[in-house]
Design a protein around this ligand. Sequence first.
Ligand SMILES: Nc1ncnc2c1ncn2[C@@H]1O[C@H](COP(=O)(O)OP(=O)(O)O)[C@@H](O)[C@H]1O
Ligand SMILES: O=P(O)(O)OC[C@H]1O[C@](O)(COP(=O)(O)O)[C@@H](O)[C@@H]1O
Ligand SMILES: [Mg+2]
Length: 528
Amino acid sequence: MATIPSISGVSLSKLKRNHVHLDQNTHLNNLKTPKIHAITRSMKSWSLSVEDGAVTKPKLDLEDPNWKKKYEDEFEKRFSLPHLRDIFDIKPKPTTFSHKNGNISARGIHVFDEYSDGYVNDDDRALLKVIKYSSPTSAGAECIDPNCTWVEQWVHRAGPRKQIYFDPTEVKAGIVTCGGLCPGLNDVIRQIVFTLEIYGVKKIVGIQFGYRGFFDVSLSEIQLSRHVVQNINLNGGSLLGVSRGGASTSEIVDSIQARGINMLFVLGGNGTHAGANAIHNECRKRKMKVAVVGVPKTIDNDILLMDKTFGFDTAVEEAQRAINSAYIEAHSAYHGIGLVKLMGRSSGFIAMHASLSSGQIDVCLIPEVPFKVEGPSGVLRHLQHLIQIKGNAVVCVAEGAGQDLLQKSNATDASGNIVLGDIGVHLQQQIKKYFKSIDVPADVKYIDPTYMIRACRANASDAILCTVLGQNAVHGAFAGFSGITVGVCNTHYVYFPIPEVIASPRQVDPNSRMWHRCLTSTGQPDFI
Ligand SMILES: Nc1ncnc2c1ncn2[C@@H]1O[C@H](COP(=O)(O)OP(=O)(O)O)[C@@H](O)[C@H]1O
Ligand SMILES: O=P(O)(O)OC[C@H]1O[C@](O)(COP(=O)(O)O)[C@@H](O)[C@@H]1O
Ligand SMILES: [Mg+2]
């Protein structure tokens, strides 16, 4: 296999994960999505065009002396935010949002700073990538060309604008929460309502049980106000309810039209965002002046480009309880083995971070890193070794890990997500069977805390993230953007066009420093 760490922003590990084998003749094998359309190699240049879901990344000609500038310009275009102005001839008006009564100094005197008005300019940007790699071989390097040239990739800064594109008295805002539960949903709903009211919006409704609420006539709108949402953050779950499946874009847009909703806030993961983008496009097609703004929700943390999604920190923190119980059980039993399964359909972020933070895990297994269970280098032999040297072991496995070891069912849930085989139960059985076969006693305790982790209320850091994201979603809608989502990027808050964040699931990079840190912490070998 050729040793090229990354090409056009697609890392070698991603190519490997997608079973793309590169050799001198650039040979392609067993292609899975995202589709790699073409990859060619010459002495000086790599060129590659990738179709990543709805996003087609540009073909790059590195022999062109202007390639860098062209890439940056193309990037700016890709990350430009769809705006209501694109299809309507509308003029902005001064904002009705103000957080400023003047700064109150220590002596109680109002001091106005004429140089800072507290608003974000449409031309403000944040850098998407902040590390300059000197070599493609640097740990976790993501390079655009073989020299790892520094290329600026700017994204739009989120926040309140001085000019707005909606008259608050004419706004009817709708909020909907879709997909699985996630800590912090209520915090986001609450902040959206608070912020809308500060702009002067009076008509705010909640759509019940995800997209289902748009077409199921038995589900009425919930009227929302500061009073209604004041304390909802004290509980987990969603005030509005959630659901999977059943989305028909045209029915949803019919319903939006009939209800007179002109601002829609959609809280959900990749599926929900695909739906939100389809709603945005359908509204454009029908020339409806509706701002559709997403707030990414998934404890799996599998949304591209952002530091993290809300609920993830809480999930990691809550997972500690399960890991700690598994640790205590394992340490208190003769030859105890604790096994904890954590969520993560296609990404092992929760398992990796929970393993790192607990410090009690000996083996962490994630979907992104293949492993063998049997054989001299398999997990079972390592557990035998751990039992021999320290008398116990604790394993943390992500739900999407090791699916190649399980029987495939082709079954899908209501949203079309593949129903995974239960790797936790499989491992538990394999461990028991193995120790019996070698006639070594082992006391295996299996914990699956998944729904307990998802149902809790947001912790302090997630509550802050939810607050900022919820407020920024409203600022984005008033600024006239639609088909966008909010996020945090290198600690700065930004807006992204929806297709860019759902092009593929974000995954742990096995070449990243974080995964290496996890390996250092667990001390586990490669199970291959
Ligand atoms: N590609 C898609 N286009 C339109 N709607 C979708 C798409 N994928 C999923 N949905 C809808 O979005 C909602 C949530 O999707 P789901 O995959 O269950 O959760 P999540 O948004 O957390 O990934 C469901 O109602 C589902 O029908
Ligand atoms: O039992 P449910 O509701 O289908 O949820 C299970 C799924 O929820 C998740 O935690 C998050 O999924 P979503 O982001 O799609 O809501 C997955 O890891 C897990 O497979
Ligand atoms: Mg999903």
